[in-house]
Design a protein around this ligand. Structure first.
Ligand code: PLP
Length: 403
């Protein structure tokens, strides 16, 4: 078995999630839209129950949950759906803000909207030269960039490369004072920190089941109904499922898997957080002891904010190894059975340096010499020790070869 420390890319399906899904992939195969017979109705009831469980896990009302094929689709629905509803302001194309460090699912969707005439601005984050808050967006930056055409900002609650957690409440305060909408990409947050979409002050929020030990290909968009109801247009038309916001036959087993995984993410959080933090700190200490000049990318590992929230996901580590080419090191580690990465899964195969690290102010060489680790509730002490040994040995070998 490989040593898997790439849990920002995807996580292992929890066996309890698989157990919950299996009957719905075998004998209970009714279509949740078939109201005329018992098999359809039991599937519909299962989807309804899953919606309630998913909602409870993130502080939502069940009617606010729209199941999708993943966070990419949820993000597209949020951004394109809001642009379609709110994009033209007083006859002028509207404007959307985002952060330079967002996931490609947000950046590429906004590039698409920009080609259609919408104005898009990527805001800078606090650079690495100010390590205490590296990767954070200052709400004042948002306030300064907001203008009358701006109707939405999309913010990654917890970054998939450097784990930085944004101050959603402070951002929401600015956005709502300016009369706009806040979309939070919560893909990396659930199961690693408490997530209550209402308390965070969001208007739209995206989730992906495979990031918290659920199945791949299932996600959800939360669309606020309470207090300040949010209206968006659908992207996919057809049978009118999901209150018309996402037509298409429900993936019943996937939805049940997502809800089960979300429930576990919440009930196991008190045990998972200290476990992942302890192992992540052990990994950092071991790497720092074994590798000369190792540098942490992103905010401090133990950063705690005034409100008690953590500044960085407890399962994340991102380090740079001066003088070593990350791609060569990754290939060496891969050959030894260690799964880690240099950044977002979607861009890992491209030799381009991470846009997140560049946005922190790192140069190309620094970004290229960086490694990202992601832990999970299934990570063990043995895996951490194996990773430390393999990375330290790989670095020593490459350095001795001058690479
Ligand atoms: N947003 C973030 C922060 C992610 O890490 C990912 C997964 O790579 C996504 C969105 C896309 O999620 P999905 O794989 O469910 O489409």
């Amino acid at each position: 078995m490989p040593t898997y420390l790439d849990n920002h890319a995807t996580t292992r399906l929890d066996p309890r999630v698989l157990d919950a899904m299996l009957p719905w992939l075998t004998e209970r195969y009714g279509n949740a839209g078939s109201a005329t017979h018992a098999m359809g109705r039991e599937a519909r009831d299962a989807v309804d129950a899953s919606r309630a469980r998913m909602a409870a896990a993130v502080g939502a009302d069940p009617r606010e949950i729209v199941f999708t094929s993943g966070a990419t689709e949820a993000i597209n629905l949020a951004l394109q759906g809001a642009a379609s509803r709110h994009g033209i302001r007083d006859g002028r194309p509207g404007r959307i803000l985002t952060l330079a460090t967002e996931h490609p699912a947000v950046l590429d969707t906004l590039d698409h909207l920009a080609r259609r005439g919408l104005a898009v601005e990527r805001l800078p984050v606090v650079p690495q030269s100010w390590p205490g808050l590296a990767g954070r967006i200052d709400p004042a930056t948002i306030d300064a960039a907001w203008d009358d055409d701006t109707f939405l900002i999309s913010v990654l609650l917890a970054n998939n490369e450097i784990g930085v957690v944004q101050d959603a409440r402070a951002i929401a305060e600015v956005v709502h004072r300016r009369g706009g909408l806040l979309h939070l990409d919560c893909s990396q947050a659930l199961g690693r920190m408490p997530v209550d979409v209402d308390a965070l002050g969001a208007d739209l929020a995206s989730f992906s089941a495979h990031k918290f030990h659920g199945p791949k290909g299932v996600g959800a968009l939360w669309v606020r109904r309470r207090g300040r109801p949010v209206r968006i247009d659908p992207l996919v038309f057809g049978g009118g499922q999901e209150r018309g916001l996402r037509s298409g036959t429900h993936d019943v087993a996937g939805i049940i898997g997502m809800a089960t995984a979300a429930e576990l993410a919440v009930t196991e959080l008190p045990a998972d957080v200290p476990l992942m933090r302890r192992l992540r700190d052990r990994l950092m200490a071991g790497l720092a002891a074994g590798i000369d000049g190792l540098v942490l990318n992103g905010p401090p590992l133990d950063g705690i904010l005034a409100d008690g929230a953590t500044l960085r996901l407890v399962n994340n580590l991102n380090v740079r190894v001066p003088g070593v080419d990350g791609q060569t090191l990754l290939a060496t580690l891969d050959a030894e059975g260690l799964a880690v990465s240099s950044g977002s899964a979607c861009s890992s195969e491209q030799p381009r340096p991470s846009h997140v690290l560049l946005a922190l102010g790192l140069d190309d060489d620094q970004a290229r010499s960086s490694l990202r680790f992601g832990l999970s509730r299934f990570t063990t002490d043995e895996e951490i020790d194996t990773a430390i040994r393999l990375v330290a040995a790989g670095v020593a070998r490459l350095r001795s070869l001058g690479r």
